[in-house]
Design a protein around this ligand. Sequence first.
Ligand code: SF4
Ligand code: SF4
Length: 444
Amino acid sequence: MKCMEKDVYKSSQYNIFFEDKAGVTLLYNTFTTALIKLTKEKAEKIKITLKLNDLNELETDEYNLLINNGFIINNKINEIDQVKFRYYRGVFNSRDFRVTIVPTLNCNLNCPYCFERDKRDENITLKEYEEIYKFIDKQLFICQPNDFGISWYGGEPLLEVDTIENISNKIDIICKNNNIKRACDSIVTNGYLLDEDCAKRLFNCGIKKIQITLDGDRDAHNKQRILKNGEGTFDKILNSIIIAQRYFELVTVRFNTNKSNHEGIVRLLKNKSDIFNKNNIVISVGRLKNYLGGIVSKENDNDCLNGFELQNIQGYIDNYYKRVKTVNKMPIQIKHTNCGAESHKCFIIGPKLKIYKCAEALGYSDSVGFIVDGDFQPNEVFWQWFNYNIFNNNEKCMSCKYVPMCMGGCPSSRKRLGIPNNEICGYWEQWLNIKFNELINTLN
Ligand code: SF4
Ligand code: SF4
């Protein structure tokens, strides 16, 4: 007998079927993150039923399973509204108060692709730090986050270790006065200045996480990450990674990767597994974009990897060097926004009390406002950022099955390159393929 209730439901647009060679099928929903394993016969039946939207063909237990996990939904619901709700909940989460401090815009390296092209010899002054303390104190009182830690970025933050020590002590006091738990701090550095003494000092002032960048093996790295006199930095930075591994709880080695250097990276990980194969080292590959430095246009940056290729390299490293931990071991998870650049309580503070949205966009025109009398005063650029959210004029992302995982990729790239920004397309699709394959192997 036809069940009338089933007429008011439809298939979710975020369902993904994954079938392995032996016919085992997984059904996953990228919005709810529900995942079920199906036999070949059941998968065929459900696939056809969902495609034809003929839910009357389903047994009651099948129907309940699909509805309870969001594979079928009320047909009046526009799922994009749900994605939007989740996104804005992330954007306006006032308890998510985060601060990155850029103590200097100066850098000791001269990488040709550096997005901070207009490097300036500007530091945050002592007087400006007084304003920053006032700002953090006020925001901690208003936001009441669960805990609070600082991220250090640059320029090159290790040019300012004395300052980092002083500021950390002061932040300890501000947190204590506000009864907010002091979380550990983190730092992103090129690693060149990290010696034993420096690592000890950073660790002692509460920095427990460090990210150091390599651009491939010695040859590839020394072509890109050079000192101002043109000298390569590979050996020194590799030694810094060895030191960092002894001091910090988490060392992320970020490999800037493109079509020319990824084979060298794989060779390096293989030859130096005594360095990289440690429990507290995470390997992360990111896209090397030569076009950011203006030496080549985006169209002519033929070495740049697309999302699918980038994920393939990460997956290859994960798979080949099983004992090397990578960021890609993270479980399937729900995403609100892409990063702090989209959250209204995430602030990047630089010299002259300028506020930025993204640590990778610290140019003259990127500032989104200032700290004045301990308060954030946004300028017109701040409001412009919200024009680049993924829901504006973006048919491609709005009809994409992967949007709840991807959220349109890096917002800074969307702002710079326009919407939709295709750089990331394929990344999450391939991530799921890799995860599903691993999962099926575990289940078999
Ligand atoms: S950027 Fe590409 S993968 Fe991401 S949501 Fe948009 S269309 Fe989908
Ligand atoms: S805006 Fe893009 S580059 Fe900047 S932090 Fe976010 S994801 Fe990274």
